[in-house]
Write a protein that binds this ligand. Structure first.
Ligand code: M3P
Ligand code: FE
Length: 310
């Protein structure tokens, strides 16, 4: 399968309570690169190995959580093709002109059955990863890889109702695969659904929550499992609140650590996981193995992990 259609999670827009504290966290601690301050005091970041201008947008507000998430699609024709399909699925599509979002081409915006605001865009200015594109070498200059040594934005996990309808949209309209699911052992109702448009175990996931548009975590990819330990050491040094210390997910098999930004938004850094292909069967976990599904090194489900969202 050539990767076309939706390519990847390209942008997450997060609300923070105090921008100075958030810049300390995302810039100085995580080591993301601040590329711009924009309208409304928004601050824009990229991870070092991304080519696009930014992947994270922070906005100061009275409540934490997520404003929207956006997937980059292959080209403008993909947006043209998808708009009527999203409408036919039953969602109203808003067309946002190029330039309204900085360094970005036009966007489609719609609200998912779970209440989350989602956008699609085909173009964002590429500023590169500092290595160039001809004989790029492998090592950027000193200071480019820093902090938690984050390579790139990877996925987000979002909480809300109607997650089966979300998954139907992603599978039928966006051509994602359902890589894994967590179901109630008695009722078989979906509790968490993991969706992939690539060879990653997931590009986005949804967890069942009664309230609409909740934010569980945004996750960034690290190079190695040792880098998860390195991040954990920095989390300890700088007294960053930990949700779940280094462990491995049963779902996706990633080596992970969860922590909170100063506004209470959950972050994850992780490494690894298996390779997913379109013919990989969907893996099902049920609540009789909730501990093993979530944290496979001790098989203990964490109350906070299941209940704390912004
Ligand atoms: C991840 C991941 C749950 C598992 C979540 C997994 C909610 O966040 O990155 O693999 O059971
Ligand atoms: Fe995750």
């Amino acid at each position: 399968m050539a990767l076309r259609g939706l390519l990847r999670l390209g942008e997450v827009a997060i609300r923070v309570l105090d921008m100075a504290a958030a810049r300390e966290h995302y810039g100085r601690r995580l080591g993301l690169h601040e590329v711009m301050q924009g309208e409304g005091g928004r601050v824009y970041y990229k991870a070092w190995d991304e080519h696009d201008h930014h992947c994270l947008v922070l906005r100061e507000a009275d409540s934490a959580g997520m404003d929207y998430f956006a997937f980059k699609v292959y080209d403008d024709a993909t947006l043209t093709e998808l708009a009527p399909k999203i409408e036919a699925f039953g969602l109203k599509v808003e067309h946002i002109a190029a330039g309204v979002y900085p360094y970005s081409g036009r966007r489609l915006q719609f609200r998912l059955p779970s209440g989350h605001l989602m956008q699609l865009y085909a173009h964002k200015e590429q500023i590169g990863n500092t290595l160039g594109t001809r004989n790029p070498g492998v090592m950027p200059d000193e200071g480019v890889i820093r902090g938690f040594r984050i390579n790139r934005l990877d996925h987000c996990l979002l909480g809300g109702p109607n997650i089966d309808q979300n998954a139907r949209l992603f599978r039928e309209v966006f051509e994602f695969d359902l890589s894994e699911r967590l179901i109630d052992v008695d009722s078989e109702a979906s509790l968490a659904l993991f969706l992939s448009c690539s060879t990653k175990p997931h590009d986005v996931a949804f967890v069942l929550q009664p309230e609409e548009a909740r934010f569980h975590h945004v996750s960034f990819l690290l190079e190695s499992t040792y880098d998860v330990i390195h991040a954990a050491d920095l989390i300890g040094k700088y007294r960053i609140p930990v949700d779940v210390g280094p462990n491995r997910h049963g779902v996706t098999r990633g080596a992970t650590i969860y922590f909170f930004d100063p506004s209470g938004n959950r972050n994850e850094v992780f490494s690894g996981g298996y390779v997913h292909y379109p013919d990989t069967p969907t893996l099902t976990w049920d609540t009789s193995e909730l501990g093993a599904a979530t944290f496979a090194q001790d098989n203990i489900p964490r109350e906070s992990f299941l209940t704390v969202l912004t």
